[in-house]
Design a protein. Sequence first.
Length: 545
Amino acid sequence: MTKVLLVGLDGATWDIIKPLAASGRLPNLAYLMRRGASGPLRSTIPPVTPAAWTTVFTGKNPGKHGIYDFQELNPQTYEFATVRTDQHHEKTIWQLLTEHGQRSVILDVPFTYPPRPFNGLMLTGYGTPRTPGTVFTFPRDLRQRLPAELQQEIRVALPRHSFDRSPRFIEEWARVMDGRQRLLDYLLKTEAWDFFMVVFSITDNMAHVFWTYVDPAHPNFQAPQAEMYRNALLEAYQQCDRLLGELMEAAGPNALSLVISDHGFGSVRPRQYLFRRLLQGGYVTPQSTMPGPQAGRRLMKLALEAYLRLPILREWAKNLRPKGRNLVKRSLNKAGMMPTEGNIDFSGSQLIPTNFGLRMWVNEQGRFGRGIVPPERKETLLEELEAFLLSDVDPIKKTPVIRAVYRGQDLYHGPYAENCPDVIIEYENMFNLYDPAPPTNPHVEGGHTLEGILLAYGPGVRTGEVTGGQLHDIAPIVLHALGHEIPPDMDGEIPHGLFTESYLAQNPVRMGTEAAHLPDTEVGDGYTEEEDSEIREQLRQLGYL
């Protein structure tokens, strides 16, 4: 009987994989590229972790599952609350397989905390609070079921003590990956499964910290420490490739093996860029300790201009140890110089941006507690905003900084679409692997891009390029490969070119009639105050807050 192995490389990009595979450093991914199907995999808009992985394992767009970002906005208080993704109502792949009597093993998949009962075992991933007494496994006694030497590996697969540009960060990730290799080896040998899913977050983590050492156009590429940090990121891909080979060997020749990323990675503007741009356009008014809105606007604008225009200042901040970096952030925030919701005067702002800086709402009268934009003015404002955002040009590349401006109403559909942001931006990816002599560009840093990766190998998979793949297609692919109907409320489909015509003729795609929806009583309650604080710290480490 067919099994499905799904391996996630968080934030992986073809711009790293293709050159490494060509040089022989990724033999298993290279094998899949030669013998299987591969192509781009389009992420959610915006390409952020909670929305993306929730779409992977539900097969639905954020308008249906309701998870748009790391935080959700309260329209009355203007406060951003951390989202716990079990607050959605949609069935996951493993819950659907449980209904068919099939067993799943789920490891380190981001934003699966807290685990719900199902047929199999789970160790939740990024987005799990590392607080005393937190239960993040199913069954809850999973640790006790393991050999003594493996019990310490029942932990969130992220560095705990170092999260900065330092050898310690690299060393701690090496220990995390070594422990995961031993745990995976044991589970593959001892557990029965029909569906096995694991996500490696190292590729995303390393990219956030070390990307500027990989981009030849960035001044960091020539820094004294560049080779060490660049190799740390490339070695992370090699570690994942080695584990992929072991997983595929254990799964056997009759398994369908899928490798995906939730989004890509590239050279984009820092998140502070959008806040500066909105200040320039007069769309946002700072809340400052200084007297008068003009003084507050000048103060915040000065801080953002300095951070974005002076690479030496930005590099100094990024090279601080975590405690020092947090101290600087707290001091700037207290002085009203940081663009957070606590430092924005919403009673005088036309737009409400998120902390991550990719989404925004019109501060509309009747919709928000202190709304100032009349409903009849909204459309005109959005048209003006789009033109304003798209008009900014990178001084080095001479191309637009923002690639596209989307309307939420055009992207999302479903019961939660009414809560969607009004505007979402997509940054232009300035990374160009094939430019032999790129001009120096100190204005960018590593960030998420829309184009991730998709590779497939196994029974019925066609050799060649896959086109049009999107994250919401993954759940239908898994269900179809395991012989099941695709629920009618899933948004995905089988991408063109993934399976051969003869395979599909013998195994036609079947659409079901029953929605994959949970009763409202099975929705979670949200994080406790202690858990919320710990999750916010995880988000700060990666620069999301």
